[in-house]
Design a protein. Structure first.
Ligand SMILES: [Fe+2]
Ligand SMILES: [Fe+2]
Length: 277
């Protein structure tokens, strides 16, 4: 969803009215506006070319990582909207941060990930699937475009090959229904991608490759547990998954971002997103 600041300010009653609001009131008004806009878009989805016309009306690209821009749509919860019109100062990270530190200090509130993992847990799925669900959209923090690939790369040194595969390919599988597990094309996608959207060839190839792979179902189960309903009454804390993380995530002793792997810089970019160069 685009986030036009002039439009937002005028819908909140003008610049003067906005300055008088405290951050709580601002957040609430903004959230209401976003909910209304999303409902309108879902009930009256636009075409691919209509969505494309919005490109030059934003101050940022649609694929920008959710950590870097207020107004970037986020499956991580409503943090961006709650912050009002500006990005906020981020809390300091510990010197040797682990995955839970990132969840609490950089991905929070991460509702979407926590709920997806909890859905898998409640359905009695195997631990690796629960874990893959917990991490499946992490790539979006840094880059929403091709978030499956970004997320898999970010996690590759620390998780099993199967978890990494599932995260990479869930991105392509989202567009393809599978009756055997009751997975349908998400209705929201008509609003997000356009009602006449056709996945590009590289997504079709990734789908075909994954469809014939022995770990197809691992990637597929991520899409099954993807929390498209965004149920606000389903609250889960990261602590619920502490043991699962402990058993499935290979923490570097130097801390994530400082372990000199090929992806350490990606974690540092999440830890220090205000560093200009
Ligand atoms: Fe995803
Ligand atoms: Fe997701």
């Amino acid at each position: 969803m685009q986030f036009d600041s002039k439009k937002v300010i005028s819908s909140l009653g003008g610049r003067e009215a906005v300055t008088k609001m405290d951050s709580e009131e601002r957040a609430e008004a903004l959230e209401m506006l976003r909910t209304k806009e999303l409902a309108e878009r879902v009930s009256h989805p636009r075409t691919v070319s209509e969505i494309d016309e919005d490109v030059c009306t934003r101050a940022f690209r649609r694929g920008v990582g959710t950590l870097y821009c207020v107004g970037a749509t986020t499956p991580f919860g409503i943090r961006q909207a709650n912050e009002g019109l500006f990005v906020q100062r981020l809390p300091k990270m510990p010197k040797q941060p682990g995955l839970i530190d990132y969840f609490k200090l950089r991905f929070s509130p991460a509702h979407h990930l926590l709920r997806s993992a909890d859905l898998a847990l409640m359905a009695g799925m195997e631990e690796e699937i629960v874990f893959a669900c917990l991490l499946h959209d992490l790539g979006q923090v840094i880059m929403k475009t091709d978030h499956g690939w970004w997320g898999a790369q970010l996690l590759e040194p620390y998780v099993s090959e199967k978890v990494c595969f599932a995260i990479r390919y869930h991105q392509a599988l989202r567009f393809f229904p599978d009756d055997t597990v009751n997975y349908e094309y998400p209705k929201d996608y008509n609003a997000i991608f356009g009602c006449d959207y056709e996945p590009p060839p590289y997504i079709m190839h990734a789908y075909q490759y994954c469809r014939n792979h022995r770990w197809y179902m691992a990637a597929r189960l991520i899409t099954v547990n993807d929390d498209y309903a965004f149920n606000p009454n389903h609250d889960v804390e990261i602590e619920k998954f502490t043991d699962i993380i402990g058993r499935n995530f290979n923490h570097p002793k130097e801390g994530l971002g400082f372990d000199n792997t090929a992806v350490a810089h990606m974690w540092r970019s999440i830890a220090m997103p205000d560093t200009p160069l």
